[in-house]
Design a protein around this ligand. Structure first.
Ligand code: GLP
Length: 291
């Protein structure tokens, strides 16, 4: 595991987007594992900006999202399919046929989960998995006690997770109780993982995930088992880490980070600036795209 702490959320977001862009340029057929949540909105805004201004090409890319709520259709405003279409897929030149999320409306959820695993394997596995972290340390919706070898399955959302998502729903009682999520084991199979966390409210759980013992109570601690995992944080999210001087030293001296040490060119906007700018533009017509 490697930890990179950037001075602020803009710089952390920008770094994540630049790493994804580099991987996509190196391998246009990249299989991307994608995440949702507020933290990711700025990453997607920055990728959309790179597509528009630098021609970042998604046309051959393939995506698999971590999770989807059970009971929400793909065109429901709170579904993760809707989130992904809105924030990324309909704003870049990706082929929607190559974008995948579990179907939370499937009649047979067990079969849907097995099928999702088969689909990922059939695409050669996930090359680059983008991750956020929940307040309780979950990855995707791998709530406390998720087995470290778990695969895609239905999980019941914990009260902490439902409370965290209340602001995104019109009313608290509308937050679903269940979701399909890739398992901790499915995530550990990805070739490379990047977790982005920003803000003071993530500091305590990030410290546990990075420097605490591995436990199924906090699924993010399982990333300590992954051979190629990088956590990218802002100062606030990294503020409770004990070894931050060491992490800073590694980033400043490791040759592989050389192309990323310099800040983006002054004309390149940060993820947050890009997000604000996109929000000012009229929302593109959203078609009700089904899987
Ligand atoms: C949801 C998603 C997680 C994500 C988390 C973080 O719970 N299922 O994959 O990591 O939100 O959300 P935020 O970025 O809003 O803190």
């Amino acid at each position: 595991m490697e930890v990179v702490i950037r001075p602020n959320a803009d710089a952390a977001t920008d770094l994540v987007a630049r790493v994804i862009a580099r991987e996509l340029r190196d391998n246009p057929c990249l299989v991307m594992g994608l995440a949702t949540g507020r933290t990711m909105e700025s990453v997607y805004a920055r990728l959309v900006q790179m597509h528009r201004e630098e021609g970042l090409d998604f046309s051959a890319g393939r995506t698999f999202n971590l999770d989807e709520y059970v009971g929400l259709s793909s065109n429901h405003a709170n579904s993760y399919r809707h989130y992904m279409n809105h924030h990324l897929f309909l704003q870049v030149n990706i082929d929607l046929q190559n974008t995948h999320l579990p179907d939370g409306m499937a009649a047979d959820l067990v079969a849907e989960c097995a099928n999702y695993e088969r689909l990922i394997a059939g695409n050669g596995g996930i090359d680059l998995q983008l991750l956020g972290i929940g307040q309780n340390g979950h990855l995707g919706f791998n709530e406390p006690l998720s087995a470290l070898r778990s695969r895609t399955r239905v999980k019941i959302l914990s009260p902490v997770t439902r409370a965290q998502n209340v602001p995104l729903f019109p009313r608290p009682e509308l937050v679903p109780h269940r979701a399909i999520t890739m398992g901790v084991g499915s995530i550990l199979d990805c070739r490379c993982c990047i977790l982005l966390a920003t803000g003071e409210e993530k500091a305590a759980i990030v410290a546990k995930a990075v420097e605490g013992p591995i436990t199924s109570m906090i699924s993010a601690t399982a990333l300590q088992l992954h051979p190629e995992c990088t956590l990218i944080l802002d100062e606030a999210a990294g503020s409770q880490l004990k070894e931050s001087d060491y992490y800073h030293w590694v980033f400043e001296n490791q040759p592989e980070w050389e192309p990323f040490r310099a800040v983006s060119s002054p004309i390149a906007k940060s993820g947050f600036q890009a997000k604000r700018q996109l929000e000012k533009q009229p929302v593109e017509a959203m078609s009700d795209v089904l899987e």
